[in-house]
Design a protein around this ligand. Sequence first.
Ligand code: UD1
Ligand code: UDP
Length: 401
Amino acid sequence: MRVLSIMGTRPEAIKMAPVIREMESRPTVFESRVCVTGQHREMLDQVLTVWGIAPDHDLAVMRPGQTLSHVASAVIERLGQVLEEVEPDTVLVQGDTTTAMAATLAAFHHGIPVGHIEAGLRTYDMSRPFPEEANRRIIGLLASVHFAPTAEAALNLVREGSSADRVVITGNTVIDAFLQTAALPLDLARTPLAAICPGGLPPEREIVLVTCHRRENFGRGLTDICAAVAELARERPHLLFVLPVHPNPQVRGVVHATLGHLPNVALLPPLEYQPLVWLLQRCSFLITDSGGLQEEATAVGRPVLVLRESTERPEGVAAGTAELVGSDRERILKHARLLLDDPAVYQRMSRRTYPYGDGTAAARIADHLCGAGDAPRRAPLDEQAYEGAPALDAAALTPVG
Ligand code: UD1
Ligand code: UDP
């Protein structure tokens, strides 16, 4: 079976890498090909290098300050030739980016079936996240098989009219990536984290991890978010706020101008995945609008203040470990102070849960693609650090219908 995996941004690469690895480990079944669109450049290449993925095709679409229409049209236009050359049996896309949407449309034009990883996430609000909600709805309409991370996501698809036998609950591959990476040794001195605290970070120094890049937060939202972080940093000099800053000019400018001068705020370039995973385990809590970080934080039991009004990942909120705080300065401050000052609140939000999967999503996806049914799967790779991680609820694995 020839499978063409198509990806363009950092989160797609992180979440697709375990699936590509899994297919490569079954060479008698899969001929795995990889096409990157290059919607991201440095951030994508960082991930590919670490996972040892050498793309067979690179559409190199990224431009500084690019528009959504540029990415969409360039991907559709340039992918056609690759699809004709590779003639895949199936195309795999992941998530909700413009790359994933445009690649799905191109494959559809060529009559090639699409498998959608991380299918069925919804806010049912086209403006949040923008344009991701629309992207995943379009992909959902055209995909042949939907790999839903959770029962809730699968139900969304079935409610919208997807045939239940085309919806497979797999867990989210980000948990595979996270657990596999957390198990690897890391030499901190060789990462940008070493610069935060020359001579080492005292164990008692509390870290708050902050990231922000969503389009709907650009402008006023981002300014308010940065103002909240600045106020917290001034109010709590013993805390260290670590921000790996997204390279989008719309983000970088505001973040550096508002937070660059504060002694207990560390503005870093985008981090490679392994140091980021270390930071996630080392921090006290997160303030973020990232989708992937909301998922990963559950597996390590770190509270998340979600810089959004709604989330397509309600499982963390339902588990009580994530709180929607939007981009309003006062709301962010209120919830951060609660976490910092009320041990009961912190304790309640710090439970480690696995609503997004048990680390075996990639194997489930590969099994389904090749019709292997109950083929043996790799055990979760978390035996030591994550002993006791529950397997996905068996009931949740029953096709929904
Ligand atoms: C994209 C996705 C978003 C995802 C995010 C992950 C869409 C519409 N958005 O948003 O869903 O959450 O990636 O980070 O698909 N840039 C660089 N180097 C890089 C990457 C980006 O310089 O490696 C800069 C460029 O100026 C680029 C800009 O960031 O034009 C925006 O990149 P783009 O992919 O269009 O949007 P993101 O906000 O990254
Ligand atoms: N991430 C990373 N380095 C960073 C920031 C994030 O490796 O400096 C990882 C993070 O752990 C998660 C993914 O990138 O797996 C999330 O990407 P992002 O927040 O850009 O996109 P989203 O998930 O919101 O689509």
